[in-house]
Design a binder for this molecule. Structure first.
Ligand code: SF4
Ligand code: SF4
Ligand code: FES
Length: 341
């Protein structure tokens, strides 16, 4: 008897399943274009001197295997010699060519050209000119986090007794090419100064050493205190766009949050309160959460409280009576309340 063929999905990255279903893979996109076809390209242009940004349109002749970078090169060589954009390695190594194409963050040197393209600079960073952004906010944040090793024990003899398990998260972070695609995609960074969140790219840089077991915990604590890490809402937008396929949330941000909860429990006040409330009541109780985190200061903004009441976001009666759902017992069993506080 012959064995059944292996499932077609074996070996496929689960994060790409949506692309496969929507016919949005590289092969599918390439098959929609033939050599000589005209690609309709819109590029967002600005002078960087505060002038109004505008979209300029170009018709670019398609050549087989054309990438977004090839399209930009064609435009710069043939129609807009003053077009400003960055690239260096041309092979997904340096991270300098990141732009937004049709609303998603991509590496221009790696992304296939599409029949119609709108190319824009990355978000959440000041634009210097056309597609060039100022990397200073990212680089100064990374520098402030001091992402290097400080040991509190002497060097052991060479080679160091480190194993894969100890380095499993830090080693993922080492794949980062600092392209800032994730920083541009992060909705919390998009809120600007409303939070003190460092952002996914600086956290990945910090993860390279903060998740290394050789690092001094006091040094890691100092760095984590500057990250505002609990502002991350775990929406996974950063992971979706990372060209290096780094599991940013599950392997970098979540382990860093766990470290912060252990080293700086005050930072995790909101998370601990949420955990206790769910374990106690089997549900999220926003009213109780507000009171636990902000105390009676939560009542100072009456207009907000009334808005939340009208939208039925909070129910004071349920909060006061500590109403429990059927899931309370299971929730309390599942959530280990013995975590250090
Ligand atoms: S998961 Fe966190 S870091 Fe990533 S995009 Fe969402 S809020 Fe930003
Ligand atoms: S984590 Fe990924 S998306 Fe973010 S800067 Fe590094 S390589 Fe780019
Ligand atoms: S040019 Fe270096 S990553 Fe694209």
């Amino acid at each position: 008897m012959t064995s059944a063929p292996a499932p077609v999905l074996a070996g496929i990255d689960a994060r790409r399943l949506g692309q496969i279903e929507m016919g949005d893979t590289l092969a599918a996109r390439n098959s929609r274009l033939s050599a000589g076809d005209k690609i309709a390209v819109r590029i967002r242009r600005s002078d960087g001197a505060g002038g109004q940004a505008a979209y300029q349109e170009f018709q670019v002749p398609y050549q087989k295997w054309m990438r977004v970078l090839d399209v930009l090169n064609w435009v710069a060589e043939n129609e807009a010699t003053d077009l400003a954009y960055r690239w260096f390695c041309g092979s997904k190594m340096c991270g300098t060519c990141a732009v937004r194409m049709n609303g998603r963050e991509v590496l221009a040197c790696w992304e296939a050209a599409e029949p119609a393209m709108t190319i824009e600079p990355l978000r959440n960073l000041p634009v210097i000119r056309d597609l060039i952004v100022d990397r200073t906010p990212y680089e100064s944040k990374v520098a402030s986090l001091e992402p290097w090793l400080e040991r509190n024990t002497p060097y052991p003899p060479f080679p160091e007794p480190l194993n894969h398990k100890q380095m499993k998260d830090a080693s993922k972070a080492l794949d980062c090419i600092s392209c800032m695609c994730c920083y541009s995609a992060c909705p919390v960074i998009g809120l600007g100064n409303l939070t003190d969140f460092a952002g996914p790219a600086p956290l990945v840089q910090l993860g390279q050493t903060a998740l290394d077991p050789r690092n001094d915990p006091d040094k890691v604590k100092r760095s984590l205190a500057l990250t505002g890490i609990f502002n991350c809402v775990s929406c996974y937008k950063c992971e979706e766009v990372c060209p290096a396929s780094i599991p940013i949330v599950s392997r970098i941000i979540e382990p860093l949050k766990a470290k912060a909860a252990q080293l700086l429990p005050d930072m995790a006040k909101h998370s601990f309160a949420l955990r206790d409330i769910v374990a106690d009541r089997g549900r999220v109780d926003p009213g109780a959460l507000m009171l636990r985190v902000q105390g009676f200061r939560a009542l100072a903004n009456m207009a907000r409280v009334i808005r939340l009441l009208l939208r039925r976001k909070i129910n004071p009666l349920k909060t006061l009576l500590r109403t429990r759902t059927e899931a309370a017992e299971a929730a309390s069993r599942i959530l280990d309340r013995g975590i250090a506080k």
